[in-house]
Design a protein around this ligand. Sequence first.
Ligand code: NAD
Length: 340
Amino acid sequence: MKRVLVTGGAGFIGRALVARLLELGHRVVVVDDYSNSSPESLDEVRGHAGLEAIVVGDLKDPVILKRVFDAPYDLVFHLAASIRVQDSIDDPRTTFDNDVTLTFNVLEACRQQYFAANGVEVGAPFHLDEVAPRLLDRRPRLVFTSTCMVYDRAFGAALIEESHPTRPASPYGASKIAAENLVLSYGHSYGLSVAVARPFNTYGPFQKSNLEGGVVSIFLANALAGRALNVKGDGTQTRDLLYVDDCARFLAMLGLSTAFEADGLVVNAATGVDVSIAALAGIIAGADVPVAFVAHDHPQAEIQKLCGSNAKAERLLGFVPEVNLADGLKRTRAFLASRV
Ligand SMILES: NC(=O)c1ccc[n+]([C@@H]2O[C@H](COP(=O)([O-])OP(=O)(O)OC[C@H]3O[C@@H](n4cnc5c(N)ncnc54)[C@H](O)[C@@H]3O)[C@@H](O)[C@H]2O)c1
């Protein structure tokens, strides 16, 4: 049993991850400021014996950070972030603060906790070689949740592998690459056990279905309400859609696996199958509602093709997505219908 922290644990993916970790018998602390979620997203796990604490607050606040890192963790999943591409274009500073500065805060808190637990003085000249045996003895692992939006554009039928070049199309992608690099540097500089997860577009229950939500939830909510589905641009842009429980299962496997050292590991979570947004709209609309094509808000930040290779995750972790698109859409539709 491990003591695990999930930042952003009330969020869409975070809540599924928390549920998975509790199911596996771990002791979980959640921190979230509810800036993009609400307390009710944790209702299903509230009261669970393994849920040690839900800390409500902004991790950029030193008081909250101190409260969260009160005692050592074996494993930290860092998911808290500003996640909207559009927001990052309209207000890049907020995304930078929540995605880069906040990641730095979490890394620093992990380092200080890890040094203190191993009798290494924080602030003294540090030589990894000299202290390595002590530090390597009990290393916490940090899994950083990055995104497929860090990748450069891809063309043709080839799946995007982790070696594909990165080139951010938005301040969101740029902030994630910056944060990834900070995370990797803490692995190299201090010997923290770090891994970077790059999930492709994740969908499912609890994702927001208003304009701030994911495309699947927005389309499904509109279809249920009898409204037309608005496809931005010409709809030829594609997405590799990963069901949220698969994403959570992948993150848990990455964090908990003892089959490999996480040191600097960067790994996709993807299905390897993409669907165009026009085709997705057609599937969801059926004969019930019309599909309209509307101008894109930020065409410059659109990524035309996103289809990931899952080969590395399968080879290292044995991770294979279990929920196909038809099933995932059915489950998400049922969830949204139950809340109308
Ligand atoms: N949803 C996707 O398709 C997808 C795909 C790839 C990667 N990701 C990444 O996965 C992570 C989770 O994404 P999600 O879709 O669940 O988003 P989400 O917005 O639902 O979850 C993020 C959570 O972090 C919280 N949060 C934000 N800033 C905070 C702060 N300063 N202090 C404390 N809490 C804060 C929010 O309230 C929210 O509950 C993010 O890092 C995101 O970039 C998401």
